[in-house]
Design a protein around this ligand. Structure first.
Ligand SMILES: C[S@@+](CC[C@H](N)C(=O)[O-])C[C@H]1O[C@@H](n2cnc3c(N)ncnc32)[C@H](O)[C@@H]1O
Length: 194
């Protein structure tokens, strides 16, 4: 019950993503939406005792997520829906927690996606995020900037050089807590509506 994606991600998980997942994902509570859930990597980090309902969306799920959910034997409603983050089919102010990890690097229109996140989040709701961004250290930053166009062509969608934190703030979120891991290439934290 492991996908090629999970194997590919193994070294990156060890580099700092796993640490971020452990710190952030267990804070999800109430009615929870995870966007871009992929192969369901975050499943093992949720504290399901705090969750009333769990909805996973992705524009292109990895099959393995269905097996992982089944194995969890959730006692709460838990569903997977194919959906685009830029056009969320949910009512305004539906979710207490919205989770995404490593998603906005490949979303077409980041501002549109974030405005949808803001729309479906309850006024007192929280966003738990993990993304990769440009690192702080000059040398490492330059290297990532150089590799970015090649990686974009190879991956067909992933931007290594997006300024996710600024996009969150411009979209009307306040970032309450922020952590950088993996030599500062991974940003994670908790955000709320301004
Ligand atoms: C790099 S994977 C990350 C998977 C997982 N969240 C993780 O932490 O490893 C990005 C996921 O986001 C999904 N995705 C990208 N753009 C999307 C969009 N516009 N709407 C919904 N899902 C999207 C992809 O299909 C993919 O499963």
């Amino acid at each position: 019950m492991i996908s090629f994606y999970d194997i590919f991600m193994f070294p990156l998980e060890r580099m700092g993503i796993k640490k971020a997942r452990k710190k952030i994902i267990h804070l999800a509570h109430g009615n929870v939406l995870e966007i871009g859930a992929g192969s369901g990597v975050n499943l093992k980090y949720y504290d399901f005792s705090k969750i009333e309902k769990m909805t996973f969306i992705d524009s292109d799920f990895f099959e393995v997520i269905h097996e992982k959910i089944k194995k969890k034997n959730c006692t709460i409603p838990c569903e997977t829906i194919e959906m685009d983050i830029e056009d969320l089919k949910f009512e305004d102010q539906t979710f207490d927690t919205i989770v995404f990890s490593l998603v906005f690097c490949s979303v077409n229109d980041v501002m549109k996606g974030l405005s949808e996140v803001k729309r479906v989040l309850k006024p007192e709701g929280q966003v738990l995020f993990i993304e990769h961004v440009l690192p702080h250290k000059k040398g490492f930053r330059k290297l990532v900037q150089k590799v970015a166009p090649v990686w974009f062509k190879f991956s067909k969608s992933c931007h290594l050089d997006r300024d996710f934190e600024t996009s969150m703030i411009s979209s009307g979120f306040t970032i309450d807590q922020i952590y950088r891991t993996g030599n500062t290439i991974f940003t994670s934290g908790i955000a709320r509506k301004k």
